[in-house]
Write a protein that binds this ligand. Structure first.
Ligand SMILES: [Zn+2]
Length: 338
């Protein structure tokens, strides 16, 4: 007993006991921290699992299969949608260097052609689609894009030739009528002949025809329905009053409302269209209209007009949305001092 107490009083023994205690405490606190961390991660994993049901399966499959090409294609798509075409092109070129089991080279070639088309490199895009058609002459995608390229280059004769091949694959009457109309306008044919074609074909393109007729000082708007005129409201709002077809104006409620709101005539004091109603209710001429353009097919809105939607590529004049703005050049202070 005395011996034990002697050892107990030995400072080395004390230090040893202290170190053992420190080790035990550290050991348990380390494992406790690890256990808590694992538990938290497990809790988060269970939480994330709840959202997996509504997650995009395509992305989940890419991760599970380790599909590098699929991941890069999605990235290229995202860059393309964001307008960063250079990065998108770089990804496709990189992908073309290797063979991937789920990605054919022709598919890659077409994707590259579409990006060049969207980026405005029409010649490069044309080269790609011509190459693709050498391998697959009946490929609808390649034919369609080649047709669109010639349309952008104002080569309507070439576009119509390609359309003939496309018509073997489906119904492209809308495209044919549109090209015919644009060809007639491009050749500056007699406005009466163009109007006759417009009425007969029922082509859904009032905008290019209206612009053409205005340019040629053709003052008969009989070819246009009220719906057509609503779709050129911006052109009507800014046009020279001398070019107005007053006969059509008197017989068309929309024209009466629009030109009364513009204070060119005074034929009505209210409208079902909120913006025109507001302008008609104003005592002073302090407000103006601005316009936005909506594609009826894909519902995208643009600050500029078009004959073919830049997103879904449908050959259709847009719907015109009115926006009330302050009249430019109107100075409220100068009026209040008068
Ligand atoms: Zn569209």
């Amino acid at each position: 007993m005395e011996n034990f107490l002697l050892e107990y009083r030995d400072p080395l023994f004390g230090i040893l006991v202290f170190l053992i205690l420190v080790f035990i405490v550290s050991f348990f606190s380390y494992w406790w921290a690890r256990y808590k961390k694992r538990e938290e991660e497990e809790q988060l994993r269970r939480f994330f699992h709840k959202f997996e049901e509504c997650a995009d399966r395509e992305i989940l499959n890419i991760e599970q299969r380790g599909d590098t090409a699929g991941a890069l294609l999605l990235l290229a798509d995202a860059f393309e949608r964001a307008g960063d075409f250079e990065k998108s092109i770089a990804i496709y070129l990189e992908l073309s260097k290797k063979d991937y089991p789920n990605l054919g080279r022709i598919e890659l070639l077409k994707r590259l052609g579409k990006v060049y088309f969207r980026a405005g490199f029409l010649e490069k895009s044309r080269e790609i689609f011509v190459e693709s058609l050498k391998l697959y002459p009946k490929d609808e995608d390649s034919l369609r894009y080649l047709m669109l390229i010639y349309e952008r280059l104002r080569r309507f004769d070439k576009a119509s030739q390609i359309l003939e091949s496309l018509e073997e694959l489906g119904d492209f009457k809308r495209e044919r009528d549109y090209f015919k109309l644009m060809e007639m306008i491009g050749n500056s044919e007699d406005p009466k002949k163009v109007v006759d074609f417009f009425k007969k074909s029922g082509v859904d393109q009032p905008r290019p025809l209206f612009e053409y007729l205005m340019k040629r000082n053709y003052g008969d708007w009989d070819a246009f329905s009220e719906d057509h005129l609503k779709r050129v409201a911006d052109l009507l709002w800014r046009m020279d009053p001398e070019k107005i077809d007053y006969q059509k104006l008197k017989n068309t409620p929309f024209l009466k409302e629009l030109f009364s709101a513009r204070r060119v005539v005074s034929l009505c004091d209210g409208s079902d269209i909120f913006e025109l109603d507001l302008l008609l209710a104003l005592k002073r001429d302090v407000a103006d209209l601005d316009f936005e353009y909506v594609c009826k097919e894909c519902k995208n809105m643009f600050p500029f007009s078009f004959y073919r939607c830049p997103v879904c590529l449908a050959p259709r004049s847009p719907e015109v949305e009115m926006v009330i703005t302050k009249k430019r050049g109107f100075d409220e202070e100068s009026l209040s001092f008068q």
